[in-house]
Write a protein that binds this ligand. Structure first.
Ligand SMILES: [Zn+2]
Length: 505
């Protein structure tokens, strides 16, 4: 399968079958915003639930929180997001494209390049030399670009009943100000009531470190996990839900003793790689890549990316970072609250006396939930050539989602809408629902079309009710991946579905 072709097929399947729609589609959509449809919400929730199960429920040393999306502006000032969290933005003076300087095609300074006027295919050919910055416009190849300016990625809004802009206009009206004074006063006015949508979920775990540790009597090492929405005003959004302004994260901060970060970093890299491998069909499409020293964030002493082989190449899925004591130390300093931990059992390495108070180090496995949705859709998509019951060649599209991630666990299908078959089917549906499973009753269209639909949305089992069901209380149960059917007693079919899902837990 041509790889970019695969992306087109996924986007089309997502819309056709109700996984993901463009936001506000009837109004032409809103850039990079997407809505999860009836099947997409199930897939996304199932992924988040599996993450939570592995990070929280299966462990004694990790607990969860659900923090507010808006936090005190000082959090972002202290974390460095207010000043440092920005992208170098550049405008192309030729074609007007706006892009990130650090993502632009690199061309050695001084090189003479040709490009089309206005970026139009039929435009005159122009020539220019690449300036010292060493890159060109990603769209038209022009070296004629604006200066770089820093653009903050956080979404800003205002809290409270006062509109800072109205206040500013009232105060500034009729006053003689230079452009610079105007700019500074406007900025002050807006900032005075500004709050920000969080650009990551992680900071809440740092600022609630003490509350969680004390209320739950947690002993180091321990972690705090959270899933939730984050927002970044990305200049370049791309690849469907891969990079969007609104996205969901699954992050965990694991607090450890200073000096143990190497072993815990390795531990969490392994844990997280195993988690993906457990749900993936093609394990070779996941890899661990260590950051080069010049790639490391200023707070990090070591970091790995878990990368996935997307149709456009390897790209980030999750980062596992050793964040040292940077965040807790910064927040302690800025807030005046001691964000430290006292270990009675340990000897203080500085004094040699029993009892050690220290600022914990942190290992952070930070995964993108939205990206994981895309990655598992790509991983699951397969096409199988075969012949239908009339001997015609056809392609079977199967979404080989891991059964625990599949939106619908089983479809119950009466062959016909009469002879007691619907009643029997509904009784089986009710029994499966009683066990907490999301199952579907489906009586529309031919049985072949219903199988094809459930293959395409990744339903692991189809249970079919036919005349024999009524006489012998048996059904056929069809396996999605092999497309084979076996006849079993009705009670056995229910057991097969339940046991298969539980055995994979
Ligand atoms: Zn351009």
């Amino acid at each position: 399968m041509e790889s970019l072709d695969l992306m087109t097929k996924i986007v089309s399947l997502c819309k056709r079958r109700g996984f993901i729609f463009q936001s506000s589609e009837i109004y032409g959509g809103l850039k990079s915003c997407y809505d999860y449809g009836p099947l997409g919400v199930e897939l996304k929730r199932n992924i988040a639930a599996e993450w939570w199960r592995s990070m929280v429920y299966k462990r004694e040393d990790v607990v969860g929180i659900d923090a507010s999306i808006m936090m005190h502006p000082k959090v972002w000032q202290t974390s460095g997001h207010l000043s440092g969290f920005s992208d170098p933005l550049v405008d192309c003076l030729n074609c007007k494209e706006r892009f990130r300087a650090d993502k632009a095609p690199k061309v050695a300074a001084g090189t003479s390049v040709t490009f089309k006027k206005g970026g139009k295919a039929n435009g005159d050919a122009l020539t220019g030399a690449v300036p010292a910055h060493g890159y060109v416009c990603p769209v038209c190849g022009s070296p004629q670009l604006s200066d770089e300016r820093q653009f903050n990625l956080m979404f800003r809004t205002n809290m409270g009943p006062v509109d800072p802009l109205s206040e500013f206009v009232r105060d500034a009206h009729g006053k003689d100000m230079t452009r610079e004074e105007f700019r500074t006063k406007l900025d002050e006015a807006v900032r005075s009531t500004a709050v920000y949508l969080r650009p990551e979920t992680a900071q809440a775990m740092f600022v609630q470190f003490l509350n969680v540790q004390q209320s739950q009597s947690m002993k180091i090492p321990f972690g705090i996990a959270q899933t939730g929405k984050s927002f970044r005003n990305e200049i370049v959004t791309e690849h469907f839900i891969f990079r969007s302004c609104e996205f969901e994260q699954m992050e965990m901060e694991f607090f450890i003793e200073p000096g143990t970060q190497n072993e815990w970093l390795k531990y969490w890299c392994d844990e997280r790689m195993n988690w993906y491998a457990n749900f993936a069909n093609k394990k070779e499409d996941f890899m661990l890549r260590r950051h080069d020293s010049d790639e490391l964030a200023h707070y990090s002493d070591d970091c790995y990316d878990i990368e996935y082989r997307y149709p456009w190449g390897w790209g980030e899925l999750e980062g596992v970072a050793s964040r040292t004591d940077y965040d807790l130390s910064r927040h302690a300093e800025a807030s005046g609250v001691k964000l430290s931990y006292f270990d009675q059992q340990k000897v203080d390495p500085a004094t040699g006396k029993p009892g050690w108070r220290y600022t914990p180090y942190v290992i952070e496995p930070a995964a993108g939930l939205t990206r994981t949705v895309l990655c598992f859709l790509l991983d699951a998509y397969s096409e199988e050539k075969g012949v239908d019951h009339e001997g015609k060649e056809k392609t079977r599209v199967v979404l080989k989602l891991h059964p625990r991630l599949a939106p619908v666990k089983a479809a119950v299908l009466p062959l016909v809408k009469k002879d007691g078959q619907p009643e029997k089917a509904r009784a089986i549906v009710a029994e499966l629902r009683r066990h907490g499973l999301n199952v579907s009753y489906d009586e529309q269209q031919s049985i072949g079309k219903r199988y094809a639909k459930h293959d395409e949305i990744g339903t692991p089992f189809c249970i079919t009710i036919d005349p024999e069901t009524i006489t012998s209380d048996t059904v056929t149960i069809r396996d999605r991946d092999s497309a084979t059917q076996v006849r079993v007693p009705t009670a056995k079919a229910i057991e097969i579905v339940r046991e298969r899902l539980e055995s994979l837990a």
